[in-house]
Design a protein around this ligand. Structure first.
Ligand code: C5P
Length: 289
């Protein structure tokens, strides 16, 4: 008897290197223009034992915060895929939550995307299969970008993706382990449906040179998120004070902040110093790509 097949996928954390809000659409969602990249060393782990039925077991340091299994984006993505692909084989998922939840790192979206990649593998489909891409978009705004897990420009609600050639960026991620609700932060922008967002500063760099775009870009949710969770401001200051830090910004709707460094060694050294300086925070050095 052969051992049952167990498929594995990493679900890397997503970081918004820039996040520009264009305005609020008639359907209530916000129109975005964002450069996203993915963390090499900060990822949830997902396995699938293909078989009859659909189940999920969650564990790991942030497993308790992941919420009831039925609401989990892994289950929602799998159901969404099964609605679109006739005869899709599902199975038993296990999820090890190693990335903080409600943290602006797209954790749940990354898990959903990893689930779709596993289902693609189990069913002999391409992860680019338009039905799976459609299931990704139906599951959440960040899921299509997480499906590819490569640096990209995200436009619209997140469904319009273009590949971006980005040199790997040594980075440090920091999170105060205070969950921040995405919908609450977007709401705090105070835009009415149909209203255009007026950025506080000068326009960023034109698309084309990601490094310049990152240097001159913004996260338009940062000010609203800092009002909700002032720790974010403290994290930004701590990161910026580290030797070799080239710039700091918040990711997504927070509360994770990141700093970019010139070398991986500087990033690792900063992560060690920050772990000591900010006990109780989650701190990781990683390569964003
Ligand atoms: O798409 P998702 O379910 O991940 O989005 C969570 C919430 O974030 C939405 O309900 C909405 O309030 C807000 N959101 C938004 N505009 C986006 C993405 C998310 O307003 N582009």
């Amino acid at each position: 008897m052969s051992a049952p097949m167990l498929l594995r996928e990493r679900a890397p954390a997503k970081v918004n290197l820039t996040l520009h809000v264009r305005g609020r659409r008639a359907d209530g969602y916000h129109e975005l223009d964002s450069l996203v990249a993915f963390a090499g060393c900060a990822a949830d782990l997902l396995t699938l034992a293909p078989g009859p039925g659909l189940s999920l077991a969650v564990s790991g340091p942030f497993g308790d915060a992941a919420g009831p299994d039925d609401d989990n984006l892994v289950i929602r993505a799998a159901r969404s895929a099964a609605e679109r692909v006739e005869g899709l084989a599902l199975g038993a998922f296990t999820l090890v939550k190693r990335v903080p939840v409600a943290a602006g790192l797209g954790g749940g979206s990354a898990d959903a995307a990893a689930a779709l990649r596993l289902l693609a593998q189990a069913n002999g489909l391409s992860p680019d299969d338009p039905r799976l891409v459609d299931a990704a978009a139906a599951t959440g705004s960040d899921v299509p970008a997480c499906l590819r897990s490569r640096a990209a420009r995200m436009e619209g609600r997140g469904e319009r993706l273009t590949e971006v050639k980005l040199d790997p960026q040594p980075a440090v991620l920091m999170n105060p382990l205070r969950p921040v609700g995405t919908a609450e932060v977007f709401r705090a922008l105070g835009l009415a449906p149909g209203e255009t967002f007026v950025p506080p500063g000068p326009a960023g760099a034109a698309p084309g040179d990601p490094e310049a775009e990152i240097a001159r870009g913004r996260n338009d949710l940062e000010a609203a998120a800092v009002r909700i969770a002032p720790e974010i401001g403290a994290g930004l200051v701590l990161l910026a004070s580290q030797h070799g830090c080239r710039g700091v910004r918040m990711s997504g709707s927070g509360a994770t902040v990141f700093g970019l460094f010139s070398t991986a060694q500087e990033a690792r050294r900063a992560a060690r110093a920050l772990s000591a300086a900010a006990p109780g925070w989650w701190v990781r050095s990683t390569m964003l790509r």
